[in-house]
Design a protein. Structure first.
Length: 252
């Protein structure tokens, strides 16, 4: 088999394309783990490693510059969460919304490269290993008018990818967006909290359920907080939030 692969390599046939940079590389260079079976070349892999640093265990705020002993990220609750704890049980994410990861998410979200959902889903699965198993997965919903404009809901594509990877039930019917509010990106932090108030509705079926709520990026967290409160008010027993990336405070 080794000799056969060597001949394939010499003929240029033992190659696949990296799902990130699209350059061809040998599948023999593919590592196992969360990206097993996913085409990520050795050159791209270090740029998309999980964020290893210290962070707030409640909102994921990264404490830049702090090192982690023995490969574990130290955690301390940040000032904002001490003042007002988020409504979710836990929040996990893969990396920080900057640099190469930011560009990849923009390619997925605005470029329509939905094939990246499988890669992001693998990263979410890895980030969520510390969480209790939920009764269902659900994505941050879009208002139908916004969905018609965009053509797809990137959060739902992530939830679908995680569903296929884990076989956990996917329940998009549990949470809906009832009002088409202004885009959060166009508002300052104070206006964002008011903008999303009362925009969600939850199904009575959430009563007693443990849920994983999925989004692509968390910035101020106001929309995710409102969605989580809506689910808890409807009877969900707990909500954990998963995101591919977290925007460092000050870059909202």
């Amino acid at each position: 088999m080794t000799r056969f692969r060597r001949w394939l390599g010499l003929l240029g046939l033992d190659e696949i394309r990296c799902s990130i940079c699209l350059r061809p590389f040998s599948p023999m260079a593919q590592e196992s783990g969360a990206e097993a079976g996913l085409p990520v070349c050795p050159a791209c892999r270090p740029h998309f490693a999980p964020y290893p640093g210290a962070r707030c265990p409640q909102c994921g705020f990264p404490f830049q510059g702090l090192s982690a002993p023995d490969g574990e990220a130290p955690s301390a609750v940040c000032g904002a969460c001490l003042a007002e704890r988020p409504p979710w049980r836990a929040f996990v994410y893969h990396g920080l919304y900057k640099g190469a990861l930011r560009e990849l998410i923009l390619r997925f979200k605005f470029g329509g490269d939905l094939a990246l959902a499988r890669l992001f889903g693998a990263w979410l699965e890895d980030a969520a290993r510390c969480l209790p198993v939920p009764n269902a997965l659900l994505a941050m919903p879009q208002h139908p008018a916004h969905l018609r404009r965009r053509g797809f809901n990137q959060a739902h594509e992530l939830a679908r990818a995680l569903h296929f990877a884990t076989a956990l039930p996917l329940r998009p019917d549990l949470l809906v967006r009832t009002r088409d509010s202004a885009p959060q990106a166009t508002l300052n932090a104070k206006m964002r909290a008011t903008n999303v108030r009362g925009v969600f509705g939850a199904s009575p079926a959430v009563e007693g359920m443990r849920l994983w709520l999925i989004d692509d990026v968390m910035t101020t967290g106001n929309t995710l907080k409102e969605a989580t409160r809506t689910l808890l008010t409807a009877g969900a027993c707990e909500v954990c939030v998963l995101a591919v990336a977290r925007t460092p405070r000050g870059q909202a």
